[in-house]
Design a protein around this ligand. Structure first.
Ligand code: SF4
Length: 191
């Protein structure tokens, strides 16, 4: 995997979750981290949190580590990781629990990128080349991590820092259906 140096003046800690928000809609970074807007929790978000808590309560398997905090000092990224598992082939996979499907067999970009930055943050201790999301009823989707995705997520981290530092409000997402469940909606699109 590629590791890119982050210059001294860029050192603001970025949470893994911010990467997910950035790939959902860049504008959310402004509301969450500049305007410090917590927003309301949508029904989906509440259900998602409940589902994660339920999953974390379940006993870990021998080859699994769940719900742990990671900080990467060099990249200044940190956050909780849902789980990592080691397969019989000695491969380590990083994953996230998701309650909702179908995802049409593909991990949505915002979830994939969060998992990619988590995998990058775990280097060099753990070498992870694959991510997965676990869905209800034992379903899961796995994908390889591509080099271009690592570059993309490192670039995104820089862009997130820039938005926070300059307090610049990015454009709204062009995918208007995303706004329906966005906790920043009332601030972003006042009635
Ligand atoms: S309401 Fe829409 S445009 Fe505004 S922050 Fe949320 S997703 Fe982005």
């Amino acid at each position: 995997m590629i590791r890119e140096q982050v210059s001294e003046q860029e050192k603001i800690w970025i949470n893994f979750e911010a990467v997910r928000q950035f790939f959902y809609c860049k504008r959310k970074i402004y509301f969450r981290y500049c305007a410090k807007f917590k927003g309301y929790k949508s029904y989906k978000m509440v259900k998602g949190t409940e589902y994660h808590n339920y999953k974390f309560k379940r006993k870990e398997k021998i080859n699994e580590k769940k719900n742990f905090w990671v900080e990467n000092e060099k990249l200044k990224v940190r956050g909780f990781i849902d789980y990592i598992i080691k397969t019989k082939d000695n491969e380590t996979i990083i994953g996230d629990y998701k309650q909702k499907y179908p995802y049409k067999g593909k991990i949505p970009e915002q979830y994939k990128m969060q998992l990619v930055i988590e995998a990058v943050a775990l280097q060099p201790k753990v070498n992870i080349k694959k991510v997965e999301i676990k869905l209800p009823k034992g379903k899961k989707i796995q994908e390889e991590i591509k080099e271009e995705e690592i570059k993309k997520v490192i670039k995104a981290i820089k862009e997130i820092r820039k938005i926070i530092k300059k307090e610049e409000i990015p454009e709204q997402t062009k995918i208007k259906s995303k706004c329906k469940d966005c906790e920043c909606r009332n601030m972003c699109q006042p009635m």
